[in-house]
Design a protein around this ligand. Structure first.
Ligand code: BGC
Length: 390
């Protein structure tokens, strides 16, 4: 039996500025990439050259039959030097928003997706007393081009960003699932919450919210109290910040089991994806239910869900099961407004091009895009507004 989704459901694909645009030279990540001993082993370089090829990307999204596109505006391009706003860059992003509208695609825009201008990082990053005001000034500069944007994501995965802050300090990445990392830097988390609130004030009149990495923390062996203590600094406190927002972005890929001594490693005999995460499509349905229970009344947008795999049939298998879980949550009354698959393109996966999350592959020399069968499959689901379960 077919599973029908609501009439005006958004179906789309997502990406972030740094991961697809290329040559984001004024950013803090660009400066970190390729450092000997650092955790970003491979450089982003030209990425997918989407700064120039965005029209082609939008044409692909439209031709697939999707109706929405999530993309990022890069602060380091808009304000490469403190106080110096590039009008040309703002005009570029405005053309992208209009490019979506012309193609009948609902634009969803992210204002911060892991990367900041290098000057901002050097001035103390998110823990500096001026951080929230610096972010506010950037958002104020961008606000005039955001008319007609359906959803504005202020900061992507603040919980992950706060965990990365600790990683960057340590200079090492242990690998594995984000939710198994050391706890987020609490001062960074506070700085991000203040910046988010400041941004939302500037965005009055638009629908704004932030997007949270949901890790499906599960208690193992009855370790419920430990699970809750683990989840609070890594996830729940970020949902709490969003409980009066216009929407919450939910991003889910896998689960993390938590025992008496913290996160447990993924067992050796479990099916895994390229990133080493457990193949666990139920993550999505669980994540939206979890979020809805903690932020009642706040509409949810799935701003990311997908799988790093070289086997495109496995992408369809994963996504079909994830969408079935999402459908069940909708049927139970969870207010989900749309599904944005991560990712449109095989892009820069924070230190490597090996983890292919894309619906579309990209030739690393010519940047030629090749649409994968999974993309066509998702497009058909979108056109029909219905899913045939496995
Ligand atoms: C991020 C993306 C990333 C994806 C897969 C999320 O943590 O927002 O930038 O590529 O997950 O790891």
């Amino acid at each position: 039996m077919e599973l029908s989704f609501p009439e005006r459901f958004l179906w789309g694909a997502a990406g972030s500025a740094h991961q697809i645009e290329g040559n984001n030279v004024a950013s803090d990540l660009w400066a970190l990439e390729g450092r000997p001993g650092g955790f970003l082993r491979e450089r982003s370089g030209d990425a997918c050259d989407s700064y120039h090829r965005w029209r082609e990307d939008l044409d692909i999204v439209r031709d697939l039959g999707l109706n929405s596109y999530r993309f990022g505006i890069e602060w380091a391009r808009v304000e490469p030097v403190e106080g110096q706003i590039s009008r040309a860059v703002l005009a570029h992003y405005r053309r992208m928003i209009e490019g979506c509208l012309e193609r009948g695609l609902t634009p969803i825009v992210t204002l911060h997706h892991f990367t900041s201008p290098l000057w901002f990082q050097r001035a103390g990053g998110w823990t500096d007393g001026e951080a929230a005001e610096r972010f506010r000034r950037y958002v104020r500069a961008v606000r005039p081009i955001l008319d007609d944007v359906a959803y504005v994501c202020t900061i992507n995965e603040p919980n992950m960003l706060a965990m990365m802050a600790n990683l960057i300090k340590g200079g090492e990445r242990e690998g594995g699932v984000a939710g198994a990392l050391p706890p987020p830097d609490q001062a960074v988390a506070d700085g991000l919450a203040a910046a988010h609130r400041a941004a939302r004030e500037e965005l009055a009149g638009l629908r704004s919210g932030w997007t949270i990495a949901n890790q499906n923390f599960e208690a193992a062996d009855g370790a419920t109290a430990e699970r809750d203590a683990w989840a609070w600094p890594r996830e729940d406190r970020f949902i709490e910040v969003a409980k009066d927002d216009d929407f919450i972005g939910v991003q889910a890929y896998t689960r993390v089991r938590v025992g008496a001594d913290g996160a447990l490693p993924v067992p050796g005999d479990v099916r895994r994806t390229i990133t080493g995460w457990e193949f666990y499509p139920a993550a999505l349905g669980n994540a939206v239910r979890y979020t809805a229970a903690r932020a009642p009344g706040v509409p949810i947008l799935v701003t990311e869900n997908g799988i790093a795999t070289a086997d495109d049939a496995e992408r369809v298998e994963y996504t079909r099961a994830a969408l079935a879980g999402l459908h069940a949550a909708l049927a139970d009354g969870v207010d989900v407004r749309g599904y944005l698959h991560w990712s449109l393109l095989d892009n820069y996966e924070w230190g490597s091009y090996a983890a292919t999350f894309g619906l579309v592959s990209v030739d690393r020399e010519t940047f030629e895009r090749t649409v994968k069968p999974s993309a066509r499959w998702l497009g058909e689901v979108a056109r029909a507004g219905a899913l045939t379960p496995a």
